[in-house]
Design a binder for this molecule. Structure first.
Ligand SMILES: *Cc1c(COP(=O)(O)O)cnc(C)c1O
Length: 387
């Protein structure tokens, strides 16, 4: 058993402190500074057939180790609660189904898996809007009347930025709730609930864990999102999309350094974005930290202390030039995912079907925490040979 921290006053401590202390958790049974990993699938009742004081019965609905990681995420988001799922998409699917699948509006150009889920649950008539446009969102909610709007800012891989407070106003005026996939921003840079969102979604696989060794997803409710959250929790308990406690334990460990990692990755990403923008072989750089990015002012206002570790850039010469560049990299690994300590590059055009219109020359860089000079040197030698 570990202490359940007080999340009623989440602003009492700053995010760096909450993360470093895993929200004040110790192992009460042994005095261990670090919480214990509790793998039991089932929990003993006493002679009068009462459950333990924790109320835990069976691991599908009840995992003490998972609750500890959830408490850290809740505190980081300034929320009262959080729920972890087996992956980011498991969390997203539980949320969409809680809202009634066909009644969910999904942002075009957002994370590909989210768009696919939206289509699958939509009975053939998905509700979508343009990710960079509040006008498109307003028109969509007025005509299609969704129950839930899901935005992603900055979006993956286009780095579209959308004003959370304005999106919430538009959704609420039409009787819809607003969910924000905040995977790329992380609670270190943005707390969407403070901007009026009703529920936050994370792929904790990414920067929250930060070490490319855990698959996990989270939902974090504000007051407006409570009913959806409870329905998603019911899905988790009844349908079993649960996180393993060992992964929850690793996640808590990973999150101890999330503030340091995210800030450093954001600093590296800004440096690389500026360097790439000045390179003659690069045609476009998408990064909200650049003053030339159309969402820069909104990002600067709603992101705190950085613009995240994700950026995309385009090289002239299409898929061949982009794949050739990626192939020449010696340090930066060619792999999907983002938010890890190591920098990864991804050619989305090779991954997504043609229907998504992914630009063939686009390369997505998931920036890590290396010395930025080493990243520049690697990109420099690979770009030099772009025809
Ligand atoms: C990776 C990702 C997801 C999906 O998360 P998984 O943990 O891979 O299931 C959802 N949204 C965004 C923005 C992501 O980057």
């Amino acid at each position: 058993m570990t202490d359940r921290p007080d999340t009623a006053r989440p602003d009492a401590l700053r995010r760096e402190t909450i993360a470093a202390h895993a929200n004040g958790q110790h192992d009460a049974a042994t005095g261990g500074v670090v919480g214990a990993w509790q793998p039991s699938t089932t929990f003993v009742r006493d002679a009068a057939y009462r459950t333990p004081a924790s109320g835990d019965v069976y691991r599908r609905p009840h995992s003490p180790t998972t609750r500890e990681a959830e408490a850290v995420i809740a505190a980081l988001e300034g929320a009262e609660d959080a729920a972890l799922f087996a992956s980011g998409l498991a969390a997203m699917a539980a949320l969409m189904r809680a809202a009634g699948g066909p009644r969910v509006a999904v942002q075009r150009g957002s994370y590909y898996g989210t768009q696919v889920l939206g289509e699958r649950l939509a009975d053939g008539a998905p509700i979508t809007f343009d990710g960079a446009s509040l006008e498109s969102l307003a028109e969509t909610v007025a005509t299609r009347r969704p129950a839930l709007v899901i935005i992603e800012t900055p979006s993956n891989p286009f780095l579209d930025v959308i004003d959370i407070a304005e999106a919430a106003r538009i959704a609420h005026a039409a009787g819809a709730l607003l969910a924000v996939d905040s995977t790329t921003a992380t609670p270190i840079h943005t707390r969407p609930l403070e901007h009026g969102a009703d529920i936050v979604v994370h792929s904790a696989t990414k920067a929250l864990n930060g070490h490319s060794d855990v698959l996990a997803g989270a939902l974090v409710p504000g007051h407006g999102g409570r009913v959806l959250f409870d329905a998603a929790l019911d899905t988790r308990a009844k349908e079993g999309c649960v996180l393993s406690p060992f992964d929850a334990w690793l996640l808590t460990r990973g999150m101890r350094t999330v503030a340091l990692r995210v800030r450093e990755a954001s600093r590296n990403a800004l440096h690389l974005a500026q360097w790439l923008a000045a390179h003659p072989k690069v045609t476009t750089v998408r990064y909200p930290g650049l003053p030339t990015h159309p969402g820069h002012a909104v990002a600067a206002a709603q992101m705190d202390g950085g613009f995240g570790g994700l950026l995309s850039f385009d090289v002239a010469g299409g898929a061949d030039a982009a794949l050739g560049l990626a192939g020449r990299l010696r340090l930066i690994a060619r792999a999907t995912s983002l938010g890890g300590v190591e920098t990864l590059i991804e050619h989305r055009h090779s991954i997504e079907p043609a229907a998504t219109d992914m630009p063939p020359g686009l390369l997505r860089l998931a920036v890590g925490i290396e010395a930025v000079e080493d990243l520049v040197a690697d990109l420099d030698q690979a770009l030099a040979e772009v025809p």
